[in-house]
Structures are given as C-alpha cells and as structure tokens.
Design a binder for this molecule. Sequence first.
Ligand code: SF4
Ligand code: SF4
Length: 260
Amino acid sequence: MKNIELDKIEQLPGRQLKKEDKFYFRCCPEVKCFNLCCRNLNLFLYPYDVIRLKTCLGITSDCFLEKYVDIVLRHGNYFPEVLLSMSENKEKTCPFLTDKGCSVYTDRPDTCRTFPVEHGLKFDSSGRKTEMLHFFKPPDFCLGQYEDQEWSLETWTNDQEAELYNKMTSQWAEVKNLFQNNPWKNEGTEGPRAKMSFMAVYNIDKFREFVFQSSFLKRYKIKNDFKKKIKKSDVQLLKLGFDWIKFYLWGIKPELFKSS
Ligand code: SF4
Ligand code: SF4
C-alpha cells in the first residue's frame, strides 16, 4: 500500500479503478505464466501479514522475522520496511513457492492477495486519511489480464478474502504516515524507542510478553472489554500496538485507553 500525495495521482502507473469500474482477470495453473509472478520480488510485508504467516507456519513472530525477512531502512525514512527474503537460487523464487503454487495460499500476504490490483491511501495536508485508491496494474508478462472473467473491486476483494487484510494494512498506513516526521530525535533509528515501536507491530509474540509480563497494563489503563480481547487475539493486540505507538511517540490518546 502506497501513501499518495494528492498532486501525484495522475503520474501513478496502472489504471485507476473506481467503485463502479470493471476489470478482467483470471489466474489458474493452466496459464502459461503460472508462478512467474512469485519470483524476484520486492514483496513488502505489513504487520497483519506477519501474524497470518507465522500462524500458518506454526512458528513465533520472532522466528519468522529471523528466518524470512529483510528489514530495510530507506534513506530519509524513520521506520523500516519489512520485505520477504527471496530464496538464494538463480530465479530468486519466493520461499513459499512450490511446483503446485503458493504453499501459504490461505494466508498469503496482502500484496499477493490483491494482485494485480494495488492500493494507495490519499492523505490531506494535515495528514488525515481521505480515501483509498485502487489501480489495476498487472505486469506485461501476466497473461491473466487477457482472460474474460469480469470483476469489480468489491467482487475481487470478496473472492480473495482480502477485506480484513485491506483494513489492517490501511490502519497501519495511517500510523506509518506519521513517520514522515522524525520521532526519534537524537536517539536515532536504532534507539530503544525505535526498537520498542518495531516490536509492537511486527513482533506480536514479543509484544504480547511485554504487555502481559511487564508493568504495561499498570502504566496504560486499557478499557476492560478490550483487555479481554487482546488476551485472546493477535489481531486485537496489533490494534493496541498501532494505538500505543501513536500515543507513545506522538501523544495521540486512543479510544481504547480509559480517560484519566
Ligand atoms: S503472472 Fe498473472 S496469470 Fe500468471 S500466474 Fe501470476 S497472476 Fe497468474
Ligand atoms: S507468498 Fe505465495 S502468492 Fe505470494 S509470492 Fe510467495 S508463493 Fe507467490
């Protein structure tokens, strides 16, 4: 998901899709390009992707990050990107690619799920999210775009079971947008606050330990009904992670904190 400045929309590649627009696409093992798109990728993983993948693989988030990702801090950015590491073979295939297709299909990342549609979030000058934009953008080699199956954004999202993914990624994009300003000051991007913030959204098992085994719940008064939810659900805990970062770094008090 890209964060888009208002005056750059026309310059973006791909065909912009509005709610009522249709596009044609079909992917299946019979297409000649089958699996070609699952190699040599800059595949960004968002926090909810990591939860789904580590659960699917039956490993901890710590172990997933250790084994499957590259963490990259781009010049001028204040929060790193997390990319799925490609295999070290000639074709740099995705580590989850098999001859039969994707081995984590039911839990594949948001980008794979939504492909060949890409999303972007439009922000106004005060940094408020105003709209989600969608672009039909298959690569030239993708033969699925010449098939005759018709979709709208809604039918495609439903078919790919992408609604929760899109929602969680959009919530993360809002937080990420705040990182246009340097929150770390002299501490830098390797400092303790940066490490804690990364953990809160990307390393959910460590964040769970931190929330329940430190003085976190004494320091931050969280509404009781939400406390029950975060005990049971990684997704709810991730929502706490998003809100906690906003409060911890920028003092934005979230709804789920009790008023003092
Ligand atoms: S390139 Fe397109 S049609 Fe071919 S496998 Fe990938 S998504 Fe399917
Ligand atoms: S996760 Fe699955 S769909 Fe995505 S690139 Fe890897 S093999 Fe392909």
